[in-house]
Design a protein around this ligand. Structure first.
Ligand SMILES: Cc1cc2nc3c(=O)[nH]c(=O)nc-3n(C[C@H](O)[C@H](O)[C@H](O)COP(=O)(O)OP(=O)(O)OC[C@H]3O[C@@H](n4cnc5c(N)ncnc54)[C@H](O)[C@@H]3O)c2cc1C
Length: 166
């Protein structure tokens, strides 16, 4: 049973005796430790995952959940593209709903300077085949008709995703 939010009263679920030997010992059962353990185990590497509290009970279960390509540094973007592929794969393999949705991400610009920043990222996105595009005022108004404030425009990446952190 999954209990969220985690508290001191949340039962500790995994407390098997420690193995005598292990190829790899990972300290920390957040998303980084758990997925590292998963990928090593798939390669038949024996792994011990040590968590001082409860699995995923710290930052990994309470972030905003975005799996975002938009606005990334040029060197980061290929990593996020690969992360998207892995999240889709995890969603199929997990056997339960991890809340993965392709919602897209939109950034709004108040100034021309912000729009110029978006245009810089657009070039990076296009070089990697990512579907980012810029919206002018009219396109933004069609996308969010109820918006009361006037913005210069926006940048949108429809393929960006979100998963449920907990
Ligand atoms: C406000 C906010 C919003 C965010 N939004 C996003 C987002 O939208 N998308 C995104 O991708 N990222 C987001 N992040 C970043 C994301 O949450 C982190 O990058 C990620 O959770 C880090 O995972 P982790 O496994 O390294 O750390 P953690 O989840 O913190 O896990 C570390 C684990 O190590 C354990 N530990 C620590 N010391 C020891 C020890 N000595 N012995 C044993 N165990 C130990 C802890 O108990 C903990 O469980 C956000 C971060 C913040 C702060």
């Amino acid at each position: 049973m999954t209990i969220f939010p985690f508290t001191e009263a949340t039962p500790i679920q995994f407390q098997q005796p420690l193995p005598r030997t292990s190829d790899v010992v990972i300290i920390g059962g957040g998303v980084i430790g758990v997925t590292t353990a998963l990928f090593l185990a798939r390669r038949n590497v024996s792994v011990t995952l040590l968590e001082k509290g409860r699995i995923a009970a710290e930052q990994s279960s309470r972030n905003w959940g975005w799996i975002r390509q938009q606005g990334r540094d040029a060197d980061e973007l290929p990593i996020v593209i690969e992360a998207q592929r892995l999240w889709r794969q995890l969603a199929q393999e997990c056997g339960e709903d991890i809340g993965l949705k392709q919602t897209g991400v939109t950034y709004l610009a108040r100034t021309d300077k912000e729009m110029a920043g978006f245009a810089k990222f657009l070039k990076i996105a296009q070089a990697h085949g990512v579907d980012t595009r810029l919206l002018d005022q009219g396109e933004l108004a069609s996308l969010i008709p109820a918006m009361s404030r006037l913005f210069k425009g926006a940048m949108i990446t429809p393929s960006d995703m979100r998963a449920e952190p907990w």
